[in-house]
Design a protein around this ligand. Structure first.
Ligand code: ZN
Length: 250
């Protein structure tokens, strides 16, 4: 079983009726329910309002993949929790950053750039083109899929060049955007996925749900967890050819 923690800021749902209409139990519960369609996932949720934002050492220790949706309260996320999530990603925990999570502390920390972009809220159609049909995250998806009404995100998207680009979006207003990006940071895999503006029912969209399920499998940890340490290696463990040199090996 892959252990997935779905993190939600859970603020718009409390304040805006239109968001509550689409997501009566909160966006995080909708995303979690989509993932539960896959019986290979064990899914829990955590929110900003929980103690330690629901991301205690114990929760992260038992999380293989974390998904992140935030927008209006990025600054309210405690730096200590950001440090903790970053450390787990570097060890190998997968991270999926959704939509406005591009400006979250954790994504900007892991990218090392501003992660800024252009945007417009006009209910435009979005067409997401599959750039890499062989990629595991694109499996089961045709050449493209569409979201009828959404917020536009446009280039330039101030992120480092990704290792792989899985989707590029076209919008009715003419802009384009790299909307499905893969990264590795140390032992952890990261996928950024653009769809998800809170005033549209985007996490009910069957293909969006499929992409997030595929992404969970792709970012899931492989192999050994890397712990942050920098051990010295004893001379007797070094090749014999070094023995005559004496001193220590660093
Ligand atoms: Zn948005």
């Amino acid at each position: 079983m892959l252990r997935v923690t779905v993190w939600g800021e859970n603020v718009h749902e409390q304040k805006h009726q239109v968001v509550r209409d689409h997501y009566p139990d909160g966006m995080h519960n909708c995303i979690a329910d989509g993932l539960r369609e896959d019986k290979g996932f064990e899914v829990r949720t955590a929110t900003l309002q929980d103690d330690e934002h629901g991301l205690t050492e114990d929760v992260l220790e038992h999380t293989d993949v974390l998904t992140w949706w935030g927008h209006t309260a990025h600054a309210a996320v405690e730096d200590e929790i950001v440090d903790r999530v970053q450390a787990r990603v570097l060890q190998g925990m997968g991270l999926i950053v959704l939509h406005s999570g591009h400006y979250s502390k954790i994504f900007r920390r892991l990218m090392g750039t501003t992660c800024s972009l252009t945007w417009r809220e006009a209910g435009e159609k979005e067409r997401l083109w599959v750039c890499n049909a062989g990629h595991p995250i694109a499996q089961g998806i045709d050449r493209y899929f569409e979201i009828e009404n959404t917020e536009m995100y446009g280039e330039p998207f101030a992120v480092p060049a990704p290792d792989e680009t899985v989707f590029v979006s076209w919008f009715e207003g003419g802009e384009v955007f790299r909307s499905g990006l893969c990264y590795r940071r140390s032992n952890g895999k990261i996928f950024y996925f653009r769809p998800g503006h809170e005033t549209y029912p985007i996490y009910h969209h069957s293909t969006v749900k499929q992409v997030i399920k595929n992404a969970v499998k792709w970012v899931a940890p492989e192999g050994t967890r890397w712990i942050d340490s920098c051990p010295g290696i004893a001379l007797e463990d070094a090749p014999e050819s070094l023995e005559s040199k004496g001193g220590s090996v660093h």
